[in-house]
Design a binder for this molecule. Sequence first.
Ligand SMILES: [Fe+2]
Ligand SMILES: [Fe+2]
Length: 264
Amino acid sequence: MLIAQLSDMHIRPKGQLYHGVADSNRMLTEAIRHLHSLDRSPDLVLVTGDVVDEGNPDEYAAARELLAELTIPYLVIPGNHDRREPFRAAFADHAYLPESGPMHYCIDDYPVRIVALDSTVPGLHHGYIEQAGLDWLRTTLESNQVKPTVVMLHHPPFACGIPYMDTYRYLEPEPLAKILGDFDNIHLVLCGHVHRQMLRRWAGTIVCTCPSTTTEIALRLSPNANPASFLGPPACLLHLWDDKQGMVSHTSYIGGFQGPFDFA
Ligand SMILES: [Fe+2]
Ligand SMILES: [Fe+2]
């Protein structure tokens, strides 16, 4: 099974730029074309939040119009730039999304089980999951402790060292770590939010964050660093699963590059 991950598209109303500089809508179209052009088609696309930038219906209308081009099934979770009810309304045809409250869900239709967590806190930018969500997670994981499982949530559950991102990090990750640490069939925890790829060993598994299809957060590790981002190379992740190798995650840059050149 090949799972593609797109993140942090920050779609704007038609004709408007993200932060006045990035044509995030066009860049989503390019990301979709990129997935369609791969020599092995992904079986599923995971969209790990910040689908739109301000959470308004006109942005979701633009997002749905762009996503209509995608011929591969996809699953969505919200990020801190989404707003829960407009998000739910925009994806009303995605029957796996709960009709009220946080949008946690589990998909069992593929060789890899997908457990999705809604780490958004309405009106705020940090991440957090209340006890009811954690209880749902434990019950869900207990119901199948054999099948290879991927967990996804928008906010990475660790401080990444970029100070202006850590201000908006997932708060109190220990209870979440305690639950995930009790299961040994969780191969990856997939996140967005930080607009960069990062890896961390955590809770007995691996957390992997996805680049954005639009801007790249500046890699500034000084405690006094000022927030900034770049029009760096947009990318997506491709998570390749098979029973023997387990999960192997690739970064796939979106754009035109010189080559291909003969390897020999
Ligand atoms: Fe984002
Ligand atoms: Fe975010």
